[in-house]
Ligand binder design. Structure first.
Ligand SMILES: [Cu+2]
Length: 123
C-alpha cells in the first residue's frame, strides 16, 4: 500500500517538527539584563541619590525629581561616566552604565550643586 510508505515518513517528520518547534520558537536573546532604578532629588545639601549604591556594569535608569531638582541643577553631570544631560518636563530619565566602582560625584552644569553615589563591584 503506497499511502503507508508515504504517510509513515511524513508522520515522523511532523512529529520531529512538533518536538523541535518549541526550541525554535524560544527567544534567542537572553533575558533582558536587569536595570537599576534610582531617584535623583535635591535637598539643602545637594543632590541625593536613592538608593545611593549601584552595581558596576548594570544599566542605571536615574529618574530625576523635577519637584526638587530645579534651575541649573537640572543639568546633571556625572563626569565619571560621561553623563551631561539637562532634564525637563517629559524627559526626566538619565541612563548610563557604571563602568567603574567607587565614590562617584554628581555636579550641576555650573559645578555648583553637588552630590555623590557609590558604585560597587558585582558580587
Ligand atoms: Cu548650577
Amino acid at each position: 500500500m503506497l499511502w503507508k510508505r508515504i504517510a509513515a515518513p511524513c508522520l515522523v517528520f511532523v512529529v520531529a517538527l512538533a518536538l523541535a518547534a518549541p526550541a525554535l520558537a524560544a527567544p534567542q536573546d537572553k533575558a533582558p539584563s536587569k536595570v537599576q532604578l534610582v531617584k535623583l532629588t535635591f535637598d539643602d545639601k545637594g543632590y541625593v541619590v536613592t538608593p545611593s549604591t549601584m552595581t558596576k556594569g548594570v544599566p542605571v535608569k536615574m529618574e530625576v525629581d523635577l519637584g526638587t531638582v530645579k534651575g541649573c541643577m537640572r543639568t546633571v553631570v556625572i563626569n565619571a561616566f560621561n553623563v551631561k544631560q539637562t532634564v525637563k518636563e517629559g524627559a526626566t530619565t538619565i541612563e548610563f552604565t557604571p563602568s567603574k566602582s567607587g565614590k562617584i560625584d554628581i555636579i550641576c552644569g555650573m559645578n555648583m550643586g553637588k552630590g555623590w553615589f557609590t558604585v560597587v563591584d558585582p558580587k
